[in-house]
Design a protein around this ligand. Structure first.
Ligand SMILES: Nc1ncnc2c1ncn2[C@@H]1O[C@H](COP(=O)(O)OP(=O)(O)OP(=O)(O)O)[C@@H](O)[C@H]1O
Length: 794
């Protein structure tokens, strides 16, 4: 019979293509044993028919179409042991093992199907009696071939052998010196799964090897059951380790380390069995269960190995000792040959079909055999070794370089470390300082806001206090007596001296109207206050905000309140109010305005056309005062009120309040309010004219003295100096307007001759007032500046 290893031909030829050659399928050979005598006696029919050398047809006993199975080789019952050995191509596997490949031959099938018979021949007929050579199985024939082959090679080849069985999931060493005992199965990266402390026996002759085989077979567990009188109850693995190295090159052999090189493994699996069919009881049933479980695990792994994708993932080889030890043969780098054994009896057809399906799946499992390390194959390893050497040399040179200049290296390292620490420290310091500054800035901003709010409140309080203080100072100003009227005959004259427009005169301490000495507080350096108020330039380098207001009393040197700070807004508001106030034309007099005089009227008199409220209060000469003006003496002084706004509207309540406040400020001491005529409020000039006509009719019955006398005391400024009366028949020019001048020196009214009591009525009768020019009547309400060319007092 032609020797065939696989359907694809010689497996060894394919594997010799290279160490990383294509995947190789598991070789499967089907052997059908002949009908046993027992089966023939029971009349059982054969259900299997071999069709050619590679196809098996299964004929169901109940009828139906045949089922064909195709394997690498199909051997019927007529094939001898030699035919099987040749058909399986075991010698080719032996050649691969000699070249370093790992090869496995194992048999599987139903119990009693002839597995043991195929591998080792019929069971020994007696103790120590060898198997007849014609009935020898694959193992004996391989042993003989291998030893002959080794002798033919002429090179030293070391042969070792181990023999174990897996009985009830326990590995037992069949070649152990002592009685077999369970051995552990280990795994490492280089060896994969291996049996620890497994005895590996070196042999050099076929007899020795045959003796080891007989020893193992004799120790292997077997029992008799219905289907097999010598049924194996364990899986047996005999491994030949083949090494072509010289003895000098071979590593020392210890008890646990197998020799390197190829190997050839023979696996005699225990047969699957149905407990009901075999009638196993007790221990047999336990053995059958263990056998079936391990075979089931093996079949599961084979099924998983069929899927290329799942093959790269996890394969449960650890499920049993059998799959662990066959892992390398099934899914690793080995070359595997499977011999499926079946019974031809139709009574065993279910188990036979199961074996056929099992074998069909197995022959689709592929492995990638790993070639032995050839010189070409060792090239990557050599390069890897060289790379490692270069790395080591590089490391050594670096170390030498550092050692050659340790100080410089140390300094460089120290500088680098210092720089890193310094930079890191600086960064930390900057971050901390930045954080601190942020907090401080936030606190300062909060403090600034609080201070501003407090400043506003304090400024308001100071302002109010100043107003009250000034009022109190004026009221409590120690004076010589009751407030006299204006010495220039303008008895009801308000505090024109204190008003900024009237305080710009160079007299400084003299009333700009009457040239009378002013109280120190009444016109304190008026010539300096006014420019300060009206001009932003600061004389003498005094800041604008640092100067006292023009109405403020003179501060004592060294007083903390003297350089009172004023904000720009205060001055701006004050200036605006002052300008509003000085727009005297906007303030309506309490009496009708003086009529326009004749064409020859002096300009001074025409100046009275201005609506100065005091124009009517001045004792003007009859020729200069219209008759209608005389009626004014009968009128009680009425407070002024603003005229209509230039823009054609009446001032608002806020403006009125602001104006009143400013008046209060500019006249803080005297308490005289600017007259505001209620009846004229909001009226046009016609009503004033009508009133004026009425006054004119009544004014014919009064003289100018009566006018002055009656009007003066009512509006006398309470803070003026003692009353100074001007002589009526004055021949001297008036110091203010030059129209007249008192013959006698100015004297207080109380000391005037002929009027010791200082009665105003006597003054009115004895010394008519000198008609003062209307310009001299300028008041805060008319905003007319005093006459700059007033002649000085004698
Ligand atoms: N090809 C064959 N030619 C002649 N007899 C055979 C053949 N195969 C098997 N037998 C006989 O069949 C019987 C059972 O064989 P064997 O013990 O090898 O079966 P097995 O599969 O190993 O069974 P088990 O699994 O129980 O160990 C044996 O008596 C054996 O001699």
């Amino acid at each position: 019979m032609e020797e065939r290893g696989s359907p694809d031909g010689d497996p060894a030829r394919n594997l010799e293509q290279g160490p990383e050659g294509p995947e190789t399928s598991i070789q499967v050979v089907l052997r059908v044993r002949p009908m046993s005598e027992a089966e023939l006696r029971r009349g059982e029919k054969s259900a299997l028919h071999c069709s050619g050398t590679r196809t098996l047809q299964v004929t169901p006993p109940g009828g139906g179409p045949d089922v064909a199975f195709r394997f690498g080789a199909v051997l019927d019952g007529a094939r001898t042991q030699e035919d099987v050995f040749r058909a399986c191509g075991v010698r080719r596997l032996g050649e691969l093992a000699l070249r370093g490949f790992s090869c496995t031959v194992f048999t599987f099938g139903q119990t009693g199907s002839g597995k043991t018979y195929t591998l080792t021949g019929p069971p020994p007929q007696g103790e120590g009696e060898p198997v007849p050579p014609g009935l020898a199985g694959i193992m004996q024939r391989t042993f003989a071939w291998l030893l002959d082959r080794v002798q033919q090679l002429g090179t030293p080849v070391t042969l070792r052998a181990s023999y174990l069985e897996i009985y009830n999931e326990q590995v037992r060493d069949l070649l152990s010196v002592a009685s077999p005992r369970p051995l552990p199965v280990r795994w490492n990266k280089t060896r994969g799964f291996y049996v620890e402390q497994l005895r590996v026996v070196e042999f050099g002759s076929l007899e020795t090897l045959m003796g080891l085989l007989q020893l193992g077979l004799s120790r292997r567990r077997s029992s008799a059951h219905t289907l097999n009188q010598a049924s194996s109850r364990s899986h047996a693995l005999l491994t030949l380790y083949i090494s072509c190295q010289t003895p000098q090159q071979m590593p020392p052999v210890d008890s646990g380390a197998p020799p390197a090189g190829g190997k050839l493994c023979f696996v005699d699996l225990a047969g699957s069995e149905k407990v009901a069919a075999t009638g196993s009881r007790g221990e047999l049933m336990l053995e059958a269960n263990s056998i079936n479980r391990s075979l089931l695990a093996l079949g599961h792994c084979i099924s998983l190995l069929l899927d290329p994708q799942r093959k790269q993932s996890h394969i449960p080889f650890r499920d049993s000792k059998l799959t662990k030890l066959l892992a390398d043969s099934l899914g690793g780098r080995g070359v595997t040959l499977m011999v499926a054994c079946v019974s031809p009896s139709a009574q065993c057809l279910p188990e036979t079909l199961s074996t056929l399906r099992y074998a069909s799946r197995a022959q689709r499992v592929t492995t990638r055999p790993q070639a032995p390390k050839s010189p070409a194959a060792k090239q990557p390893q050599r390069l890897e070794t060289e790379m490692l050497q270069l790395r080591e040399e590089n490391r050594r040179l670096r170390l030498q370089l550092d050692q050659s200049d340790p100080k410089a290296s140390a300094q460089s390292g120290a500088r680098l470390a210092w720089a890193q620490r310094s930079l890191y420290g600086m960064l930390q310091e900057f971050m901390l300082e930045n954080e601190r500054l942020r907090k401080e800035m936030s606190q300062l901003q909060s403090s600034r806001d609080l201070a501003r709010a407090e400043q506003r409140v304090l400024a308001q309080q100071v302002h109010e206090l100043e107003r009250h203080l000034h009022s109190a100072c004026y009221l409590r100003q120690p004076g010589p007596g009751p407030a006299p009227p204006c010495p220039c005959g303008m008895g009801p004259a308000p505090l024109c001296h204190a008003l900024p427009p009237l305080c710009s005169c160079p007299c400084c301490h003299l009333c700009p109207l009457c040239r009378a000495p002013l109280a120190h507080w009444a016109c304190p350096q008026g010539g300096r206050h006014l420019p300060q108020m009206l001009t932003p330039e600061a004389p003498a380098g005094v800041p604008l905000s640092g100067r006292p207001p023009p109405w403020a009393p003179p501060c004592s040197p060294g007083s903390a309140k003297c350089p009172r700070e004023r904000t720009h807004s205060d001055w701006t508001q004050m200036r605006a109010l002052a300008e509003t106030l000085t727009e005297e034309e906007e303030v309506a007099p309490s009496a009708p305005p003086l009529p326009v005089g004749p064409p020859d009227t002096s300009p001074a008199l025409r100046a009275s056309d201005h609506s100065c409220p005091r124009g009517r209060e001045v004792a003007a000469p009859p020729s200069a005062v219209p008759a209608s003006q005389r009626q004014l003496k009968q009128r009680s002084p009425e407070p002024c009120r603003p005229r209509a706004h230039p823009a054609g509207r009446h001032p608002s309540a806020g403006e009125l309040r602001a104006l009143s406040d400013l008046r209060e400020m500019v006249q803080p001491g005297c308490g005289v309010h600017l007259p505001v005529a209620e009846e004229d409020q909001g009226q046009d000039g016609r009503e004033h004219a009508g009133a004026g006509r009425g006054d004119e009719r009544d004014g014919d019955q009064h003289d100018q003295h009566a006018l002055a006398v009656s009007v003066g005391p009512q509006v006398a400024c309470p803070v003026w100096p003692p009353y100074i009366e001007l002589p009526a028949a004055s021949t001297l020019p008036n110091p203010l307007c030059g129209l007249g001048r008192p013959q006698a020196p100015l004297q207080p009214s109380g000391a005037q001759p002929g009027n010791p009591g200082g009665q105003q009525g006597s003054r009115a009768s004895s010394s008519p007032s000198v008609p003062c020019c209307a310009r001299s009547l300028l008041s805060p309400t008319c905003s007319l500046l005093p006459t700059p060319h007033l002649p000085p007092l004698p």
